[in-house]
Write a new protein. Sequence first.
Lengths: 414, 465
Amino acid sequence: MVISANGNSMFQHPEAMATYWDVLTQDAFGNFRQLLEDVTLNPGMGDYLDMVHNDKPNPQRNTAPNENYAREVMQLFTIGLYKLNQDGSQQLDSNSQPIPTYDQDVVEGYAQVFTGWYWYQTGTPTWNFAPPEYRHPMIAFPNHHDTGAKTLLNGVTLPAGQTQAQDLQNGLDLIFNHPNVGPFIAQRLIQRLVTSNPSPGYISRVAGVFANNSRSVRGDMKAVVQAILLDPEARTLTGSNSYGHEREPLIRLANLYRAFSASSSSGKFVVNNSTFNFGQAALYAPSVFNFFSPFYSQSGPIQNAGLVAPEFQITTDTTVITSANKMRSAVYQQPNPNNPDTIVLDLSSQTQLASNPASLVDSLNLLLMSGQMSSNMRSIVINAVTQIPAANTLERAQTAVHLIVTSPEFVIEK
Amino acid sequence: MEISRRRFIRQTACAALGTSSIASTVWNLRAINAATAQAISSGTSEFRALVCLFLYGGNDANNMVVPTDNATYGVYANARGPIGLAQSSLLPLNLVTPDPQGRTFGLHPNMPELQSLFNNDRKLAITANVGTLVEPTTAGMYLNGTAKLPPQLFSHADQQVEWQTGWADGPRTSGWGGRLADLLTSFNNADAISMSISLNGSNTFQVGNQVSEYQVSTQGPIGLSGFGGTDGQIRYQAVQDLLNLPQQNLFEGEFAKITNRAITNNALLTGALSGVTLNTPFPANSDLSDQLQMIAKIIAVRDALGMRRQIYFCSVTGYDTHSNELTTQNNLLTELSQCMNAFYQATKELGISDRVTLFTASDFSRTFQSNGGGSDHAWGSHALILGDSVKGGDIYGSYPTIAIGGPDDVGEGRWVPSTSVDEYSATLAKWYGVSSPTDLATVLPNIGRFANPDVGFMNQLPPPS
């Protein structure tokens, strides 16, 4: 569920992005149905995918409702293009072709459902020329809602003459209860949290929890995340050469900052030139498709093995270098009295271990790599640290951290 | 024992003090290889470059090439309503070959540079109503359900990929630019950088079965930095050793491979670009401008790189004008016109303008009917082709009948394409040097299903000697 200030006037409205972020953090471990509704009525999303001020058809101006949110909420946020089995595989028709989940008529039907919403206003609300208001959910304008019958998912048609609230309720319920949502969400969350290519069984187990958290509740996201992280496939070292996923470049920086209690004297975490350095910036994706596709494969051995590697879509000849350079500078960053936003790591624990390079590297292996460092890599890092003069304890610690966080074994989380 | 190239780089790197000296060392290495390799022609007659400029989001081509005769403009104004452009603002196009239906056309008012390239230089052509198709298709076939259709029409990601694969119903594992590169990469020095160069990251267009794309930033290649001093050398050695460890895990191996490739290519390209001069002014404050300028610079050093064939990918986002369309497109098409012109003038400066062809592509066009402030996802679109090999000053293909519910409409003013992406791309591939039908079918496997493997907008170059 993506909004972005990239190429959008919300660039000048940080409160829009902050309010949207609040929705995500507030609902992340709540129920998916609530998340879906809160995102739908969020004014930042309304701005980004044009649900705000989406008007009923106007014969004089020859206009039809805006289809942007209608299409993307289904394709990208909830059910996807093709009917899925619970294990994430596509259902096939008698000609072995995938079966679309919806057609253009359904997109137009949902475009009609999502008519009649506009900026929150105090006083007497007006449909035109209200200033953007990003802190409160959009409000309903029944006179601008399309009250005709609407063709929606699964062959359901909403009757004409329903209220705006009823249409929204029914429309979102239909999406939420579509059997695709469980496997769709399960696959994407597993990819982000654990591994790029989960087994069908893994997806199926998580999708099952989405359908029913064992207390007959559908869409319990806390239970879903728990199921992902505690699944045997997440907890067992398989030794498979295709297990794991690349840590997103910006997540690598977050991992570094969190591991070493990074801080700035101003209390701000300003990451400049993030798009250039990492190929991504928070709430600044190039489009609603976000930074990379869950289906992206990397040509060569990964594609030949039939695997996807989503994060590799932004792993370019440029970003592998710029991100390594930025990670390096983050490790060695010293406090700067002239810039209170300077972010500095706390390496005091590591400095105390610097006289014993092996102990230093082993502690970092546990902290940063869950103890999965290969013996070859361990030797290389210890050898380099040992060559740094023993008196330079901070530099020894920095050298070890730097080499680890730019290494392939760290970048690929397993 | 012969020293391997990578090991040579590593050893010289750790003897050096910083990345600039690493770059120059590797540059010298490549120069040695080039000297001992069979000499390739440095004459411009041997060079060809294709530049794909992708307009992400779905350019509303209905407002880029607009009918200007009173009758057709009247239909346009009525249908487009709030997103229609004023008739008097359109920039007239003087067609070499008049429209068979007697219609006249104009460009969007913010594209005077391209108007001049079309009318005066005759180096810009338009292909009308081109889009993804699986087979020749009519609106009637679409509406009665008998047409075989490209998967997921009107979906951004799918249509972007289908434009870039040039194979709407094929596997999505390679692009037509990549397959073209596979065929022709032997024109380049084997030790050169990849002939597929992207200025905007990963894309499907350039994915080949053998050739993979090399991504360059708008500031050129970028090297690892911060390894000065004795301790820096220690760390650089360790970084190299970590990258060269044999990796069991496929993802670790790939990450190391990309990083090693980036280090090597940075050295090669940095060395080559160090002597480049390019005086043509490019628009400021435009990422697209920066991309095209860097492309021109890399073209300028083609001989130093040992390259006779290059395929570029650049792109610009923001064309998904569901709302606020008039303002957004004003800005985007201004940028497009100025940047394409600057790039063309740069190729003139380099004396290579008949050897470089730029073409546009986009997800799809947009509904002719408005949604109030913008328009929604549609299908067939108009594309631009620019260069001295282009038979400019004409609209190729067939401009649609712009009637809602008319013979070309499949709903809300979504035009069924009259020219397929396959035909459009094949025309470019033939100019680029694909001559045999077998090779053309390798690049564009469905081309045999369509009537025009050559839409006609390119003059053919003499075959390479």
